[in-house]
Design a protein around this ligand. Structure first.
Ligand code: SAH
Length: 394
């Protein structure tokens, strides 16, 4: 197959030779042939030596690499890749397990498929494409999913409307690519959740916090727990099953709070230990002096780009100061950042500054990250985005 060729400037082949999956527009010397957004392109060094095959895109990341070998990129190629991703999840007991039927099947660069996210919710696969290249070949993904899941596949939902680059001419619309299925009840480590991919945030659920929620359950026994930025109550349900005395959930979205109440009822019936509040996190935190001995802070990404990094870090600092000031002596804080541009070091420094600000003795108990179904491609450190600290506050 002959593809247009992207020829790199001298020296700019180094990062590709180290398997980094992005080619920035500044690294390109010239393009041979006509190329449209989303097309497959060959990437060569400036002496015409083959380096990789990728999807071309207009923007600062010009090529997202999908193969470092010169192979045919067809339906079978994608099927194999997705099958490999599935096997990993199966091997580590996320897929086909009795007490878990929700997991991320494809984590973009982390699974060697830049621009593609597939989340699996008990029979429904939710696809989210972040590049035109991936968007144009969704038929392949449908075929692969049908083959992998067989009769278990109820529906495939495409949720790319907000994630397809806005500069492209393609107007993506959310909708079913196969079957039709409404809100689904999923089971995560034995805990039940209603997931609404049509209306919910991201693909419907924050699967990436699974292991951290499990750890939280372990610390919840007998404690009064405050779950801030709780979304649909993921951490709250685990705190309840871990034996918390009291669990309060806070989120500014009324819809999220309604679903939180539903999720609590789904697992525990009418349990008076739990209450949920649709209010602003910063305001709520002002009024909680000495009320809680376990607080979770899992805010949305404060920074989406490097140029707002400073403001984002200030935001994390302000938030954490409030929680660290007000938590009971002997309390535990689970604090997170999911901003890709905030490094582990930056996040830790921010929590250090917040702690110093309060003058309390703070010790790190755990350093948390994303789970195995959100694997980090070792050649692409940017795929590590979730950072968390569990600290003990004297
Ligand atoms: N911890 C959740 C995911 C949190 S996502 C889980 O495990 O599923 C971040 C949440 O923060 C969203 O639900 C969003 O509605 C909420 N949010 C954003 N800004 C907020 C604010 N200022 N106050 C309270 N909640 C806010």
């Amino acid at each position: 197959m002959s593809y247009p060729t992207v020829i790199l400037k001298s020296g700019k082949d180094q990062s590709v030779r180290r398997y980094h999956p992005w080619i920035f527009s500044g690294a390109i010397k010239k393009i041979k042939g006509t190329v449209n957004e989303g097309d497959l392109v060959l990437v060569t060094d400036n002496k015409d030596e083959f380096l990789a095959i990728g999807h071309y895109q207009i923007g600062s990341i010009a090529v997202r690499i999908i193969s470092f070998e010169n192979v045919e990129i067809d339906g079978d190629f994608w099927k194999e890749k997705i099958k490999k991703a599935y096997k990993l999840r199966q091997r580590f007991n996320l897929a086909e397990s009795d007490d878990n039927n929700v997991y991320r099947l494809v984590h973009a660069e982390g699974d060697g498929m830049p621009g593609l996210i597939i989340d699996y919710y008990n029979g429904t696969a939710v696809l989210q494409m972040h590049s035109i290249g991936m968007y144009l070949i969704k038929e392949y993904f449908i075929e692969a999913l049908k083959e992998i899941y067989g009769d278990k596949l109820v529906a495939i939902y495409d949720k790319s409307e907000a994630t397809i680059p806005f500069k492209s001419d393609i107007k993506a619309e959310n909708g079913y690519l196969y079957g039709d299925s409404n809100i689904q009840t999923v089971v995560e480590y034995g805990n039940k959740f209603k997931v609404n991919w049509e209306e919910g945030q991201k693909t419907g659920f924050f699967i990436d916090q699974r292991e951290n929620r499990k750890l939280l359950a372990h610390y919840s026994k007998g404690r009064s727990v405050l779950n801030v930025f709780g979304y649909t109550g993921g951490f709250s349900v685990y705190a309840m099953s871990g034996g918390a005395k009291v669990v309060h959930s806070v989120d500014s979205s009324k819809k999220a709070i309604d679903l939180t109440n539903e999720n609590i009822a789904l697992n525990f019936g009418d349990d008076k230990r739990h209450e949920a509040f649709a209010v602003d996190a910063f305001e709520y935190l002002n009024e909680i002096d000495g009320k809680y001995d376990l607080i979770i802070l899992d805010p949305p990404a404060f920074a989406k780009h490097n140029n707002v990094l400073h403001n984002a870090l200030q935001g994390y600092k302000r938030l954490n100061i409030k929680a660290l000031e007000k938590i009971k002596p002997g309390g535990i804080l689970f604090t997170f950042s999911c901003s890709q541009v905030v490094s582990k070091e930056n996040f830790r420094k921010t929590i250090f500054t917040a702690a110093a600000n309060t003058g309390r003795s703070v010790r790190i108990l755990h350093q948390l990250t994303q789970p195995i179904d959100h694997p980090v491609n070792i050649y692409h450190p940017e795929s590590e985005y979730l950072k968390g600290l569990v600290v003990y506050v004297e």
